[in-house]
Design a protein around this ligand. Structure first.
Ligand SMILES: [Zn+2]
Length: 351
C-alpha cells in the first residue's frame, strides 16, 4: 500500500470515488426489503417474513441452490410497476455508492417462461432507467441474459426481442445460468442474430466450468466480454488470447465465494488475473442476494490483496475501458473519473 495512506483514508477514498459497473443482474440486485414488498402486493409467499430472515434464506449451498432461489424471487415480478420499482430501487442503491454508469443484466427468459410479456418487462425497466437518470444522474444500459437452463429455443426468442429493443436502452445479449450441461455452442444461433443486429455479445463462462466453456463463449458466441472467467487461469493459451485481445473479465469475488466457486476471499484469483495482464473489472453480480455492494467489493479487494491506490483507480477505470460506451464516450467518462480521483487524493492524502 502507498505508505502515505492509512486504512481510514483509503476506505474513505473507495467510498467516495466515482464507479462504473458492468456485471450486475437486475433481479439479483433487488434488496430483500423490495422482494418482500413485491411478494406482498402480488400475494406471493416467500420463505421469509423480514429482510433479515430473507438474508438468512440467501445462504446458498451451491450454484444450483442459488439459481433455485433466484428463480423463486423472480415470480414476485408480475406487472410493469413491479419491474419499475425493482429497477428504480436498485439504481438508488447504486447512486448511493457513487456508481455513475452501469450495464445491467436482465433475466427475461425466466419471466417469459412464466407468461410475463416482453413489453411488460421492458416498459418497467426502461421507465426506471429514465427516472434513475433524472433523479440520481445515473446512466444505464440493459443486457438481457439467456438463462441457459431453458434451452436454445427460448434463447432464440429472447434474441429476437433483444434485436428490436434498442429503444428501451438495450445494447446487447448475454447468457447466464448453470454452465454444467448447457454448453455455449448450443446458443450460437441466438448470438449470430445479435451480431447481425449490430449489438453486443457477452457470456457468463469459466465460473463453474473451466477453459472449454470460455473458449466456447469466444468461438461459438463471439462474446467480446466474459462474465467471471476466473477459471481461464487453467489454460495458458487462453490467458494469452484474452490478454492479447484485451477481452475483459467481469470478476465478482463475493459471488464466487457465495456460490462455492472460491473457498474464500484470500484464495480468490483476482490478484493472479491482474498480474497476468488481463483487463479485469470488479463487480457485485447479485448484491441483493450476496449481501454485498460494489463499494464492498473494492474494500474487500483492497484489504485482501493489499492493493495500492493506483491499482484501485486503475481497476475502477477498467470498467469504463471495457464498457460498451462509444470511444468518445469512454474518453469523456475516463477524464471525468480521473479528475475526481485527483481531487479526492488531494483531500484525503496528506502530503
Ligand atoms: Zn452474473
Amino acid at each position: 500500500m502507498d505508505p502515505k495512506l492509512d486504512r481510514k483514508a483509503i476506505v474513505e477514498f473507495i467510498r467516495r470515488m466515482p464507479k462504473a459497473e458492468l456485471h450486475l443482474h437486475m433481479e439479483g440486485a433487488v434488496q430483500p426489503r423490495t422482494w418482500l414488498k413485491l411478494a406482498d402486493r402480488n400475494g406471493i409467499r416467500l420463505p421469509a417474513d423480514t429482510p433479515e430472515e430473507l438474508n438468512e434464506v440467501f445462504r446458498f449451498r451451491d450454484f444450483d441452490h442459488f439459481i433455485e432461489l433466484y428463480t423463486l424471487c423472480c415470480t414476485c415480478l408480475v406487472n410493469v410497476d413491479d419491474f419499475r420499482l425493482a429497477t428504480y430501487e436498485l439504481l438508488e442503491d447504486l447512486a448511493a455508492q457513487n456508481v455513475r454508469y452501469a450495464e445491467i443484466f436482465l433475466s427475461p427468459t425466466l419471466h417469459l417462461a412464466r407468461g410475463v410479456k416482453w413489453e411488460t418487462i421492458m416498459a418497467g425497466v426502461s421507465a426506471a432507467r429514465r427516472e434513475g437518470e433524472r433523479d440520481f444522474g445515473i446512466q444505464t444500459a440493459f443486457i438481457p441474459d439467456i438463462s441457459r437452463e431453458l434451452g436454445p429455443e427460448m434463447g432464440l426468442t429472447v434474441a429476437r426481442h433483444v434485436a428490436k429493443s434498442a429503444e428501451y436502452g438495450v445494447i446487447g445479449l448475454g447468457i447466464g445460468g448453470p454452465e454444467v450441461g448447457f454448453p455455449p455452442d448450443d446458443y450460437w444461433e441466438a448470438f449470430d442474430l445479435i451480431g447481425e443486429a449490430g449489438m453486443h455479445r457477452v457470456a457468463h463462462a469459466g465460473e463453474t466450468l473451466g477453459p472449454d466453456s470460455i473458449w466456447g463463449a469466444l468461438k461459438a458466441l463471439n462474446a467480446t466480454r466474459i462474465g467471471h472467467g476466473v477459471r481461464c487461469l487453467e489454460d495458458e493459451a487462453l490467458v494469452a488470447h484474452l490478454r492479447e485481445n484485451q477481452i475483459a473479465l467481469e470478476v465478482c469475488p463475493t459471488s464466487n465465494v457465495c456460490t462455492g466457486v472460491s473457498k474464500d476471499w484470500p484464495s480468490h484469483p483476482l490478484k493472479q488475473l491482474l498480474e497476468a495482464g488481463l483487463l479485469v473489472t470488479l463487480n457485485s453480480d447479485d448484491p441483493g442476494m450476496f449481501t454485498t455492494t460494489l463499494t464492498n467489493e473494492f474494500l474487500r479487494a483492497q484489504e485482501t490483496f493489499d492493493l495500492s491506490l493506483d491499482e484501485i483507480t486503475d481497476l475502477a477505470l477498467n470498467a469504463l475501458r471495457a464498457s460498451f460506451l462509444s470511444t468518445a464516450g469512454k474518453r469523456e467518462w475516463i477524464a471525468k473519473f480521473e479528475a475526481e480521483f485527483e481531487k479526492l487524493r488531494g483531500e484525503l492524502v496528506p502530503v
